[in-house]
Design a protein around this ligand. Structure first.
Ligand SMILES: *Cc1c(COP(=O)(O)O)cnc(C)c1O
Length: 502
């Protein structure tokens, strides 16, 4: 030995005392942040250049720095210069604030650091993940002998269902021969035009190409037109295509619409197609005592994608796929490397590396599991139904304001727009101006720090969109919205309105 390695130079190590001190300080900072959150601007309203300047263009540190200083600095940056999805007036996209227990859970998970790729190296964590999956299934009325696993989010959760579907439904060895195997007939998936862009990513990345998506139109309620679906499947079969899957959405990303899942299920049964539901946002609403009728058909799905980082308020990232028959995941993902002997250990053990994309896997389930224990099913039902009531209230307020026009309200998504007084609706110039006006209004709102909305587009009409997946929002927060929108809208209108529309 050239030097004495009995006393390692391990600058990442912390003594228990050092850890205690730094940890308590960090927790104090987090608690202070939570305390001040509702008084902070929702977003920092700064440009990329400004944020870069605040961060500073330092070089890679050659040598280390004391933990106290760098943790303090990180807290200062994060608690001032991000957009706070946990702020009571954040209603953008479908992004939830984080339940505080989740941040503690992530810390505990990282400290124990189980590798939830295999049972042998994560015994209790694997069992907690499996229990979490069963609880989620129970919560939404899905058979509990299902399988599934945690993933990073909705895109990946849907990919898992997509891959399981085409492995299960083709009649050649697709894992060996690829999608253009022996019996090759072009594989086809059906999805409505409102489906999230994960479907393009999946068709593209997994080699089918986006032409493999046969888009089904939507009806006036923005739900998949299932008469067209059935007709299209019949035509495709006659034309020697190989349909394998239909995607229904439970809570569309733009408007929160639930597809006619019961009808889609029947069609899937008739043609032996895989029935996948993208429930990333809306599936948890199936836990309500009086859910939209079609959510009751979730139990028939072959696979469902859900996002605990949406309506279970888990901190990012937490997605989840549940699947009726766990064997389908093994048939899709399992390869056993020669340096693993986990299978020999115990036949009864779940080794998650065989069920999904990853080998090494973090313990995402802990924050979800603790959230479910902290709030219980009742607690979640209450929070979800309150979010829905608050979104409905936005609709009613927009409907009753002269200068706002309400458009849609589904689950906890409401769309509306600002219409300044003195405009005659119904001509193209006015509609064009309203689109420009509402786009600028949204930019201004997002930078204002007063409230955070996003947008939807319906038939070329640009709309403001509020999605309440926020356990901190109160009725007062909602009632502040019309005044903010109209005030900033008026400011823009007073300088932007073209002369011919005055
Ligand atoms: C959010 C969402 C997704 C994508 O999920 P990520 O977690 O952002 O990857 C897919 N589909 C629907 C319906 C969604 O709401």
């Amino acid at each position: 030995m050239p030097e004495n390695l009995n006393e390692r130079f391990s600058p990442v190590e912390m003594s228990p005392d050092e850890f205690r001190k730094a940890g308590y300080k960090a927790v104090d900072n987090i608690a202070g942040f939570l305390e001040s959150l509702s008084g902070k601007p929702v977003s920092p309203g700064k440009s990329p250049a400004e944020i870069r300047k605040i961060l500073g263009n330092q070089k890679l540190p050659e040598t280390g720095t004391s933990t106290e200083k760098i943790l303090e600095e990180a807290a200062e940056l994060l608690f001032n210069y991000t957009t706070f999805n946990g702020h009571p007036k954040f209603w953008g996209y479908i992004t939830a604030g984080a339940a505080p227990i989740g941040s503690i859970a992530d810390m505990i998970a990282a400290a124990a650091n189980p590798n939830v790729g295999a049972w042998g190296i994560s015994p209790i964590a694997t069992e907690i993940e499996a229990q979490t999956i069963r609880w989620i299934a129970e919560m939404i009325g899905y058979p509990q002998d299902c399988g599934g696993l945690m993933v990073s989010g909705g895109n990946i959760a849907n990919f898992v269902g997509f891959l399981a579907a085409h492995r299960a439904k083709v009649n050649w060895d697709i894992r060996k021969e690829g999608i253009q195997g022996n019996d090759y007939k072009k594989l086809i998936v059906y999805a409505s035009t409102e489906t999230h862009t994960w479907i393009q990513k999946a068709a593209d990345l997994f080699g089918l190409g986006t032409d493999a998506i046969h888009w089904i139109s939507i009806d006036d309620d923005k739900k998949m037109n299932i008469t067209e679906l059935e007709k299209r499947i019949k035509e495709d079969i006659e034309n020697c295509y190989s349909p394998f899957m239909v995607v229904g959405t439970a809570g569309s990303v733009a408007l929160g619409v639930v597809d006619p899942l019961q009808g889609i299920y029947k069609i899937c049964k008739e043609f032996d197609l895989w029935f996948h539901v993208d429930g990333a946002y809306g599936a948890f609403a199936a836990a309500l005592p009086d859910p939209p009728d079609d959510l009751k058909s979730l139990r028939h799905a072959d696979s469902i994608a859900l996002d605990p980082h949406k309506w279970l308020y888990s901190p990012l990232e937490a997605g989840c796929t549940i699947i009726k028959n766990p064997e389908n995941l093994i048939d899709t993902f399992s390869y056993i490397p020669p340096y693993y002997r986990f299978e020999e250990d115990d036949k009864d053990a779940i080794n998650y590396y065989e069920y999904g994309f990853q080998n090494s896997r973090g313990f995402r389930a802990l924050k979800v599991w603790l959230g479910l224990k902290q709030a219980g099913k009742d607690g979640y039902v209450r929070m979800i139904s309150d979010d829905i009531k608050l979104a409905k209230h936005i609709y009613n307020l927009a409907d009753s304001e002269v200068e706002l026009q309400a458009f849609t309200n589904n689950l906890s998504v409401t769309t509306f727009r600002y219409i300044p007084s003195g405009l005659q609706l119904g001509n193209k110039n006015v509609e064009d101006y309203l689109n420009v006006l509402n786009q600028e209004l949204l930019d201004r709102l997002q930078n204002s720090g007063e409230v955070y909305l996003s947008n939807a587009i319906i038939n070329d009409t640009f709309l403001l969109r509020a999605c309440v997946v926020n356990f901190r929002t109160t009725i007062n927060d909602i009632e502040a919205l019309p005044e903010i929108v109209i005030r900033i809208g008026n400011e823009i209108d007073s300088v932007k309105r073209p002369a011919e529309l005055k």
